[in-house]
Design a protein. Structure first.
Length: 344
């Protein structure tokens, strides 16, 4: 009997050791992410701590109160289980907390994907440690991928945990802040395995529509915020549409240069990217921030281009669905997706 037990124990230890060896990178990454999230959650303070602090700026207190109103709206008007979300805030003291790495094939608009338990295939990888994000980006660059590293202002645990607010988001305009909260709360309600592009497009679309509905619900109070937000959306849609309309040109080029040498591929890709930048600078925007953005030295590559497809590639389709399938009723559209898609 002891001999059988020892054999079973030895087999169990062997399997566990093999799993750790084969999945070490995933285990190490998961531990880093868990430590980062736990540290933020542990050090987050109740919103009342900031609201009752006489030295905390009134302008930021107003933003916190806006978040509370958005949460109440999401619960009462949309049926979201948002009561326990964003009850605390972590003070970033102006520092960045999260970095996101995305990558793509160099001559194809195809994202590099990571595979995670439960979530499935994911086309971005987040970090709470900047040097780890840069390390991964350098590794992928050496392998020949187009890589992009950006900061992130929020994340969602898909309703599994009570997410804290991050203080840097209070620097956003009222419209962008409301949209961010509603975008992340949508992830809590609808998030489909192996469907990052679907999830992000749907959350972006619902986030925008719910924000407009929120401001219209209290129009007397938020008339100017609604006006500013609609102008912001107009500029964003102009930028998104410009990039989306350029994607087929990149697809066509990559098919055309498939049999050429790497040097010739790089040359032709470079010329199209320069043309992209030139045409982008000729776009007209109402918000100076967009004008400043397109005049800056943007690092355009396939990872950059695919970020627009990931978050806005299906916006026109979703708008058509809203009008034709749901008669313009965003509540009906939300109900449809909640009932017909199995969410994590």
């Amino acid at each position: 009997m002891k001999s059988v037990f020892r054999k079973i124990l030895l087999l169990f230890i062997t399997v566990c050791t093999l799993f750790v060896v084969l999945k070490w990178d995933l285990i190490r990454y998961g531990w880093q992410q868990a430590r980062g999230q736990i540290a933020i959650m542990y050090n987050a303070e109740p919103l009342a701590h900031f609201l009752e602090n006489p030295s905390y700026p009134d302008s930021l207190k107003a933003k916190i109160k806006l978040v509370e109103k958005v949460k109440t709206f999401a619960n009462a008007e949309l049926g979201f289980s948002s009561e326990s979300q964003y009850e605390k805030m972590f003070d970033q003291k102006g520092k960045e907390l999260m970095w996101v790495v995305t990558a793509a094939l160099p001559y194809s608009l195809e994202s590099y994907k990571w595979n995670f338990p439960v979530l499935g295939e994911v086309s971005y990888k987040g970090f709470f440690i900047e040097k780890e994000a840069i390390k991964l980006a350098q590794q992928l660059t050496k392998k020949g991928y187009d890589v992009r590293v950006r900061t992130a202002s929020a994340w969602s645990t898909l309703g599994w945990l009570n997410d804290p607010l991050l203080s840097n988001v209070l620097n956003l305009s009222n419209g962008r802040l409301a949209e961010l909260i509603l975008h992340e709360l949508t992830h809590d309600e609808i998030f489909i395995k192996d469907s990052i592009e679907f999830n992000e497009n749907l959350a972006s679309f619902f986030g925008q529509e719910f924000t407009k509905k929120f401001f219209k619900k209290q129009l007397e109070r938020y008339a100017s915020e609604l006006y500013d937000y609609l102008l912001h959306l107009e500029d964003r849609h102009t930028l998104n549409k410009f990039v989306r309309n350029y994607l087929p040109r990149f697809d066509s080029l990559y098919q055309k240069i498939e049999g050429l040498s790497t040097i010739e591929k790089e040359n032709q890709k470079f010329y199209l990217i320069e043309k992209f930048k030139q045409d982008l600078r000729n776009q007209k925007f109402k918000n100076p921030k967009y004008t400043d953005f397109i005049k800056s030295e943007i690092d355009v590559n396939n990872a950059f281009l695919l970020s627009y497809k990931r978050y806005s590639g299906h916006q026109e389709l979703l708008e058509r669905k809203l009008q034709t399938q749901f008669d313009g009723d965003i509540g009906k559209m939300l109900d449809f997706y909640q009932k017909n898609y199995d969410s994590l």
